[in-house]
Design a protein around this ligand. Structure first.
Ligand code: CAA
Length: 379
C-alpha cells in the first residue's frame, strides 16, 4: 500500500491550488452575495483542462486518473464550491457517460468540445416529484419516426443556464418502470426547450441552478445514448462516479475552513496569547484535522478503486456520506474558532458552512448514500 502522491499528482494539486488562489479567490464573496455564476473563471478552468480531466486525449480530454481529479476538486473547493460543482458535473456527470456509452458520432460532436472546456454540460435527472425517488420520472420521450418528442420539467439543474449540452433522463416506456427510462442529448436553443427559474439558494450561490421545461422538443434518435431502457442504469452508474467528485468537494470545503481557522488561531490573541495556545482551540483543531484526514483517505480510496477498474459504488457512497458530514462539522467549528468574525462574510468561513450543506443533498442525500451502502453490505 502506497500513500505517497506521485510527482504528477503533486503537480496537479499545486496547479489547482494556484488557480484557486489567483483566479477564484478574488471576487468570490461578491459572486456569492449577488449569486453570480463564475463564467470567466469556469472558461479559464476549461482552457487549463479542468473540465475534461479524465477524458481520453483523443477526445480532447486530459487523460488523467481519478486521483488527479479529486486532488483538483479538493483544491478548487477550498476557495469556490460554486466553480467546483460546475467542474464536477462536467467531468463526472456529463463527460464520463458520454465517453463510456456514447456513439462515435456523439463523442465527435459533443464530447470533444465538452472535454476541451469549450462547452459546458448539465445532467438532468431530478424532477419536481422525482428527487431521491429517481425511478418516478415523469418527463416523457415518445418515438416519432427518426425523432423523439420530449415533454416534461426538470428541477435543480446545476449549470442550468450556463450549459449548452444537456443529458436528459426521460421515460420512453412508462409501463416498464425503471427499465423504460432512456437518456438523450439535448442542445440549448432547440424549439420548445426553455430554461426556467433560477433558484435563490442558501449556499453555492454562484452556481446557476435552474428548472428546465421541455415542450414537444424534437430530439433525433441518434441523440439517444445507448439502447432504449438503459437510462436508469446509465444515471445510477454516472452518479456512482459523481459522488466521488462531490465527496472531494466536501473534503475541500472542510479543508478550506480548517486552513482558515488554523491561520486565524495563530494570529488572534486573547487572554495574553494566540488563541492557538489555548487548549480549547487546540482540541478543535485536532478534531478537525483528524476528520479531514479520514475523509481524504475515503475519497482517495474510492478514486483509486475506480482507477483500478474495481467496483466503487459502495466506496463512493461511503466517501460522500462521511466527507459531507465532515464538511458540516468542520465548517461549524471553523466559525466557532473565529468567534464573531466567523459570522461575517469577510472571513469566508460562513460561506463555506453554507456551501457544505449542499454536499449532504445533491447527487443523493445522505440517506440515499446509506441505502446504497447498506445494500452493498447486505447483498
Ligand atoms: N449503481 C448501479 N446500478 C444501480 C445502483 C447503483 N448505485 N442503484 C440501483 N441500481 C440499479 C439496480 O441494480 C436495478 O437494476 P436492475 O433492475 O437491472 O436489477 C435498478 O437500478 C433499480 O434499482 P432499485 O430497484 O434499487 O431502485 P430504487 O428505486 O429502489 O432506488 C436509489 C434506487 C438508489 C434510491 C436511486 O433512486 C437513487 O440513487 N436515488 C438518488 C438519485 C440522485 O442521486 N439524484 C441526484 C440528482 S443529480 C444531481 O444532484 C446533480 C447535481 O446537481 C450536482
Amino acid at each position: 500500500m502506497d500513500f505517497q502522491l506521485s510527482e504528477e499528482h503533486l503537480a496537479v494539486k499545486e496547479a489547482a491550488r494556484e488557480f484557486a488562489q489567483t483566479e477564484l479567490l478574488p471576487g468570490v464573496i461578491e459572486r456569492d452575495t449577488h449569486a453570480i455564476f463564475p463564467k470567466e473563471q469556469v472558461m479559464k478552468m476549461g482552457e487549463l483542462g479542468f473540465l475534461g480531466m479524465m477524458v481520453d486525449p483523443k477526445y480532447h480530454g486530459g487523460g488523467m486518473d481519478t486521483i488527479s481529479y479529486v486532488l483538483a476538486m479538493e483544491e478548487l473547493s477550498k476557495i469556490d464550491a460554486s466553480a467546483s460543482v460546475a467542474m464536477s458535473v462536467n467531468n463526472s456527470l456529463v463527460c464520463w457517460g458520454l465517453e463510456k456509452y456514447g456513439s462515435e458520432e456523439q463523442k465527435e460532436k459533443y464530447l470533444k468540445p465538452l472535454a476541451a472546456g469549450e462547452l459546458l454540460g448539465a445532467f438532468c435527472l431530478s424532477e419536481p416529484e422525482a428527487g431521491s425517488d429517481a425511478t418516478s420520472q415523469r418527463t416523457e420521450a415518445v418515438r416519432d419516426g427518426d425523432h423523439y418528442i420530449l415533454n416534461g420539467t426538470k428541477n435543480w439543474i446545476t449549470n442550468g443556464n450556463s450549459a449548452s449540452i444537456y443529458l436528459v433522463i426521460a421515460q420512453t416506456h412508462p409501463e416498464l418502470g425503471h427499465k423504460g427510462i432512456s437518456v438523450f442529448i439535448v442542445e440549448k436553443g432547440w424549439d420548445g426547450f426553455v430554461v426556467g427559474k433560477k433558484e435563490d439558494k442558501l449556499g453555492i450561490r454562484g452556481s446557476d441552478t435552474h428548472s428546465l421545461m421541455f415542450t414537444d422538443v424534437k430530439v433525433p434518435v441518434e441523440n439517444r445514448i445507448g439502447d432504449e431502457g438503459f437510462g436508469f442504469t446509465y444515471a445510477m452508474e454516472t452518479l456512482n462516479g459523481g459522488r466521488i467528485g462531490i465527496a472531494a468537494q466536501a473534503l475541500g470545503i472542510a479543508a478550506g475552513a480548517y486552513e482558515l481557522a488554523l491561520a486565524y488561531s495563530k494570529e488572534r490573541k486573547a487572554f495574553g496569547k494566540a488563541i492557538s495556545q489555548h487548549q480549547a482551540i487546540q482540541f478543535k483543531l485536532a478534531d478537525m484535522a483528524t476528520q479531514i484526514e479520514a475523509a481524504r483517505l475515503l475519497v482517495h480510496k474510492a478514486a483509486w478503486l475506480k482507477d483500478q477498474g474495481e467496483e466503487y459504488a459502495h466506496a463512493s457512497a461511503i466517501a460522500k456520506l462521511y466527507a459531507s458530514q465532515v464538511a458540516m462539522d468542520v465548517t461549524v467549528e471553523a466559525i466557532q474558532v473565529h468567534g464573531g468574525y466567523g459570522y461575517v462574510k469577510e472571513y469566508h468561513v460562513e460561506r463555506l458552512m453554507r456551501d457544505a450543506k449542499i454536499t449532504q443533498i445533491y447527487e443523493g442525500t445522505s440517506e440515499i448514500q446509506k441505502i446504497v451502502i447498506s445494500r452493498g453490505i447486505l447483498r
